[in-house]
Ligand binder design. Structure first.
Ligand SMILES: *Cc1c(COP(=O)(O)O)cnc(C)c1O
Length: 399
C-alpha cells in the first residue's frame, strides 16, 4: 500500500520545483531571435539580474549549468599560473578550485570544518602571509567561496569575509558562488565588494537547469583585460556586442528565456525582501522540526552553529544509520523526494531543500512525511517535530 499518488514533492536542494507559471511561459513554439519580443526579454532580464545581484556591474547569461558559470568566471579573469585561494566549506568551493586547477591555476586552500562556516580570521591570516611573499606575481589573484554550500548546508558570512580581506589590504579578486543562495537570501554584490558572482537557473530562480549567470564588477573587468584563460564562448567582451546573438555567443536559449522572464517577474512581484523572509521562515520551521527529531539521539544537524545554517537547505546526519530506507520510504510510499547527502557526507545523512518555489503547505508536507517515515521505520526520534514547525510558524507568521 502507498499514499503516493498525487503531486510529488521534490524536496531536494536543486533542481527545485518549477512553478506552473514558468512551465507555461516556456511552452511555446520557436520564435524569431533577431527581432521581436525575445530581444526585449534579454534586455529586461539583464536589467533585473542586476537587481537580483544588487550590482551596477555587468551581468551575463550563459547556456550552461552552475559548473559552466564557474568555468566562465575563471576563464574571464585568470591566467595560467595564477594563484587562487579556495575557502573550503563543505564541497562546492573545493569543486570550483579543482576546476581552476584543471585550467592551469595554482590552488591554495583555507581548509574548512565541514560543520562550520569559513572562519574570517583564517582568511585574514592566510592573506597576511601571502603579502609577505617576495615575488608579487606569485600572490593570490582570486579568492573563491560559496555563500551557501549545498552539501554541508552552511551559509558563509560574505560581508565578514570581505572585512577580513580589507583588514589586510590585499587586492585579490573576491569571487562568490551564489548558486544556492541568490533569490533566497540577501546578497549585495556591490555593497559587499564582490568582484564576480555566479548563479544558475535551477535553484532559487525556480527554473529548469540549463542557463547560468555571472556578474562582473569594475575590478573584475580590469582583470579581464589581461586574462589569459579567455576563450571565445565564455568571453565577456565578445558578449558586449550589439547584435542579440552576441549576448549568447550564438542562438539564444529561447524557451529558457521566457521561463527566466516569468521567474524574475514572480520574484519581483513578491518583492525580494518578502522572498528572503519566506525562506527565513520556512528554514526556521525545518530547524524547529529537526531540533525535536534530534532528541531521539540519531538525527543531528550537520551544521552545529544555528546561525550558520542556510536558509535554503538543511543537511541532517543519521549517525551511523543508512539513510536510504528513510529516503526510499518517503519517495516510494509517500511521494516526497528528499535529497541524498553528497560529497564526504554521502551515505551519512540526507538533505531537505527549502529553496525556490516552496511554501508552508509544501514544507509542512515534506516535514510530515519525513516524521511519518521516522515512525514507520522505528528510527528513534523526538516526537512532535512537525508540531514544533507549526508552533514556530504560528508564532512567526502574524495574522
Ligand atoms: C548546484 C550547485 C553548483 C553546481 O551547479 P550545477 O548546475 O550542478 O553545475 C555549484 N555550487 C553550488 C553552491 C550549488 O548548489
Amino acid at each position: 500500500m502507498t499514499v503516493r499518488n498525487g503531486r510529488q514533492f521534490l524536496s531536494i536542494p536543486g533542481p527545485t520545483t518549477v512553478p506552473d507559471e514558468v512551465l507555461a511561459a516556456m511552452h511555446r513554439p520557436a520564435v524569431d531571435i533577431y527581432t521581436g519580443p525575445l530581444v526585449g526579454i534579454t534586455d529586461s532580464s539583464l536589467a533585473d539580474l542586476r537587481r537580483l545581484f544588487r550590482t551596477k556591474g555587468q551581468p551575463y547569461i550563459y547556456i550552461g549549468n552552475g559548473h559552466g558559470a564557474w568555468e566562465g568566471a575563471l576563464a574571464n579573469v585568470l591566467s595560467a599560473g595564477d594563484t587562487v585561494l579556495v575557502l573550503e566549506s563543505g564541497r562546492f568551493a573545493a569543486g570550483w578550485g579543482q576546476m581552476a586547477e584543471a585550467m592551469g591555476a595554482r590552488v591554495e586552500t583555507v581548509t574548512g570544518d565541514q560543520r562550520r562556516a569559513v572562519d574570517p580570521a583564517l582568511l585574514e591570516a592566510h592573506l597576511r602571509a601571502d603579502l609577505l611573499r617576495k615575488d608579487k606575481a606569485d600572490r593570490i589573484k582570486a579568492i573563491l567561496v560559496v555563500q551557501v554550500d549545498t552539501a554541508s548546508g552552511v551559509v558563509n558570512d560574505i560581508p565578514a569575509l570581505r572585512r577580513a580581506i580589507d583588514a589586510t589590504g590585499h587586492d585579490a579578486l573576491f569571487m562568490v558562488d551564489a548558486i544556492a543562495s541568490l533569490g533566497t537570501m540577501e546578497f549585495e554584490m556591490d555593497k559587499w565588494g564582490v568582484d564576480v558572482a555566479v548563479t544558475c537557473s535551477q535553484k532559487g530562480l525556480m527554473m529548469p537547469p540549463g542557463i547560468s549567470f555571472a556578474a562582473a564588477g569594475p575590478k573584475a573587468m580590469a582583470a579581464h583585460g589581461e586574462a589569459g584563460f579567455r576563450t571565445r564562448y565564455w568571453d565577456w567582451t565578445e558578449r558586449h556586442g550589439e547584435e542579440h546573438y552576441m549576448k549568447y555567443c550564438g542562438t539564444p536559449p529561447v524557451q529558457m528565456l521566457y521561463g527566466l522572464r516569468q521567474s524574475l517577474d514572480m520574484l519581483l512581484a513578491e518583492g525580494l525582501e518578502n522572498v528572503f523572509e519566506r525562506h527565513r521562515l520556512l528554514a526556521g520551521a525545518v530547524h524547529a522540526a529537526v531540533a525535536v527529531w534530534a532528541e531521539g539521539g540519531v538525527l543531528e544537524f550537520n551544521i552545529t552553529e544555528p546561525a550558520e545554517r542556510a536558509p535554503s537547505v538543511t543537511t541532517i546526519l543519521t549517525n551511523g544509520r543508512d539513510p536510504a530506507p528513510l529516503l526510499d520510504y518517503c519517495r516510494e510510499k509517500c511521494g516526497v523526494v528528499l535529497g541524498i547527502a553528497i560529497g564526504d557526507l554521502n551515505g551519512k545523512g540526507f538533505r531537505i531543500g527549502h529553496m525556490g518555489h516552496v511554501n508552508a503547505p509544501m514544507l509542512l508536507g515534506t516535514l510530515g512525511v519525513t516524521e511519518t517515515a521516522l515512525a514507520a521505520l522505528d528510527i528513534p526520534h523526538g516526537r512532535g517535530g512537525v508540531q514544533a514547525a507549526i508552533d514556530y510558524l504560528a508564532g512567526a507568521v502574524k495574522p
